[in-house]
Design a protein around this ligand. Structure first.
Ligand SMILES: Nc1ncnc2c1ncn2[C@@H]1O[C@H](COP(=O)(O)OP(=O)(O)OP(=O)(O)O)[C@@H](O)[C@H]1O
Ligand SMILES: [Mg+2]
Length: 272
């Protein structure tokens, strides 16, 4: 079963801008997926089709194998596919943080005890327990993002769709969010993020999709990002580690891997 199946999707905004142009792609389940592309390439428009914020004008979108994204299935889709917006303030509207996080699970008509335990757990995971009684609109951007993330986690979705989750986060919470994504991935979630950080995508993703002008320019493993011509065509940079190790027989994807390989090479040289 595929997490996402998109066939010949077209989408034009009301002013005539064609944001998605006959786009097709297929994402297997249980993958860490990075969606990359220049500003305006269609990433947000595409993600908004995955949880029914936008409905296909032409073509089809299917989520988790058998749920077509259409008016009839939109509630089920939103339960399966949790979406973090690129502008978190657009998804916060309750008077307190705890109320905001509870909004989604309450709509699922769960009993109060289940709602409360989901809210507590989601707030702990997002590191916002101390903000529970604050009004969301007074928070900093990074804090709002954490509240929005907690709101998504409280729904316990199988498909996590995060639009630029790392922008505006301090390095410590960015690292915590990375650990959290890893934990959710091991709990059998499929995670799709957009990012402009090619180094992060290179280190993290096991499936990479590169968009250009509303179309899929390339799709595959993170090694795709080593291709300078492809990256130039997509107006992206080659990841730093790929540039640093190009022309060698080493291809570390994280600083820790690079360090290990270099130490190993150094030891080998000493022995020789
Ligand atoms: N509400 C809208 N009305 C008209 N055009 C829009 C609207 N939202 C997006 N667009 C246009 O659709 C195209 C795709 O935009 P989209 O936001 O999907 O790109 P993106 O890849 O997410 O960009 P970014 O990296 O800047 O977030 C762009 O040309 C954009 O100007
Ligand atoms: Mg966007």
């Amino acid at each position: 079963m595929k997490a996402v199946e998109i066939r010949n999707l077209n989408y034009s905004y009301s002013d005539g801008t064609k944001a998605l142009n006959n786009l097709s792609l297929s994402i297997p389940r249980y993958r860490r997926v990075a969606l990359l592309g220049a500003n305006g390439s269609g990433k947000t428009t595409l993600l908004q089709h995955l949880n029914g914020l936008l409905l296909p004008q032409d073509g089809s979108v299917t989520v988790m194998g058998y749920y077509p994204v259409d008016k009839k299935h939109v509630l089920k889709i939103r339960q399966l596919a949790g979406m973090l917006f690129d502008t978190p303030e657009d998804q916060l509207f309750s008077t307190t943080v705890a109320e905001d996080v509870a909004f989604g699970p309450r709509n699922l008509e769960l009993d109060e005890q289940t709602v409360n335990s989901r809210v507590r757990r989601a707030m702990e995971l997002a590191g916002i327990t101390d903000l529970a009684d604050k009004p969301p609109y007074n928070l900093s951007l990074g804090q709002k993002k954490r509240v929005a993330i907690a709101g998504v986690l409280a729904m316990e979705p199988e498909l996590l769709i995060f639009d630029e989750p790392f922008s505006g986060l301090d390095p410590r919470f960015a690292a915590q969010l990375m650990d959290l994504l890893e934990k959710l991935f091991h709990q059998k979630c499929t995670i799709i993020i957009t990012t402009h950080d090619v180094d992060m995508a290179y280190a993290w993703a096991d499936h990479v999709i590169i968009l250009s002008k509303g179309q899929v320019l390339a799709e595959g493993t993170a090694e795709l990002l080593q291709d300078k011509d492809l990256m130039t065509e997509a107006s992206l940079n080659v990841p730093m580690l790929a540039t640093a190790f190009s022309g060698t027989d080493m291809a570390p994807r994280t600083p820790a891997e690079a360090n290990q390989l270099l130490r190993f090479a150094q030891r080998k040289t000493k022995v020789l």
